[in-house]
Write a protein that binds this ligand. Structure first.
Ligand SMILES: Nc1ncnc2c1ncn2[C@@H]1O[C@H](COP(=O)(O)OP(=O)(O)O)[C@@H](O)[C@H]1O
Ligand SMILES: [Mg+2]
Length: 282
């Protein structure tokens, strides 16, 4: 086996977004196969490289996943590298970008076991609606939206989330409902394609229903490139998610360098670009 495409037990044959990678690697003469990350029978010395794609249960047991990346990183070449995965699976990584002057969705960080007075915060910051989410999450799990009128419920939710782990409090960005968020995809540092996506939060209005190819905005592409430059090491794959704040400014929402959908099915040339980037690592 040349390339292990790493997925999880519920999706042993990969997602439709990701499966075009297999024929693209085969076209380069490479033997690539999906492998479930926590399959106890897998010998990780066998593949020449392992590329994480759809490990969509990692956030339910991050410690085990991070330990796995360290172990596998010693047995084969794992992408992205284990130190990047450890960093990127805990959303406090976003503070590193904030410290480097990258515009990032305004966030108040509530430490584990800590608290803030949400009513006072919302008044001071002029936030009509807030989003609460834990620092380890994916697919909008445990991500909640509350308006000022729901303050008691919001405060109770914050306390119960913060009892378990650090929590992010953000203003609710209404542009998610109309414009969605933009995903800028990069392979081996080179821009590949951009996708506009509907909000991941359920029960919110959605101006777009399905992810769709998107003509990159020059200003957002620059922001995405600044984000990657600030990482300080090259990434085999990266998705820079950009949102519009309530003042109309583009901001970093997330850098997805662990297991993002890369929307390979939306751009016919994208699978070959990623396959070539992987082949260069062999
Ligand atoms: N500040 C925010 N304003 C509006 N919607 C948000 C905000 N933060 C998160 N969301 C919604 O929750 C979803 C998931 O949040 P996100 O920060 O992208 O984390 P993840 O993708 O890791 O679950 C987003 O797609 C969006 O719909
Ligand atoms: Mg997201």
């Amino acid at each position: 086996m040349d390339v292990a495409i790493v997925t999880y037990a519920d999706l042993p044959q990969l997602d439709a977004n990701e499966s075009p990678l297999l024929p693209a690697l085969a076209a380069l003469g490479l033997d690539a196969r999906p492998v479930v990350w926590d399959d106890p029978k897998m010998d990780w010395r066998v593949p020449k490289v392992a590329v994480i794609r759809s490990t969509w249960d990692y956030h339910l047991r991050r410690e085990a996943f991070v330990a796995w990346t360290t172990k596998v990183g010693r047995l084969t070449r794992l992408y992205n590298p284990p130190d990047v995965l450890r960093w990127n699976t805990h959303k406090t990584y976003l503070r590193d970008f904030e410290a480097k002057g990258i515009p990032f969705t305004p966030t108040v960080w509530v430490p584990r076991g800590g608290s803030v007075d949400l009513g006072a915060l919302m008044r001071e910051r002029g936030w009509e609606t807030v989003v609460l989410k834990p620092v380890v999450s994916a697919g909008a799990l445990k991500t909640y939206r509350f308006a000022r009128a729901q303050l008691d419920a919001a405060q109770a939710c914050l306390q119960s989330l913060a009892a378990l782990e650090e929590v992010m409090v953000q203003p609710y960005l209404t542009a998610f409902e109309t414009e969605g968020e933009r995903a800028y995809l990069f392979f081996d540092g080179a821009f590949s394609h951009a996708v506009r996506r509907p909000p991941g939060l359920k029960d919110t209005p959605r101006g777009i229903q399905q992810p769709q190819l998107f003509e990159p905005l020059a200003e957002e592409l620059r922001l995405a490139e600044d984000v990657l430059a600030a990482v300080g090491q090259p990434l085999l794959y990266a998705r820079v998610d950009v949102a519009t704040d309530n003042e109309g400014r583009s901001r970093l929402q997330e850098l997805e360098a662990t297991e993002p959908s890369l929307f390979l099915n939306l751009d016919p040339a994208a699978p070959a670009r990623l396959a070539q980037a992987i082949a260069r690592k062999l």
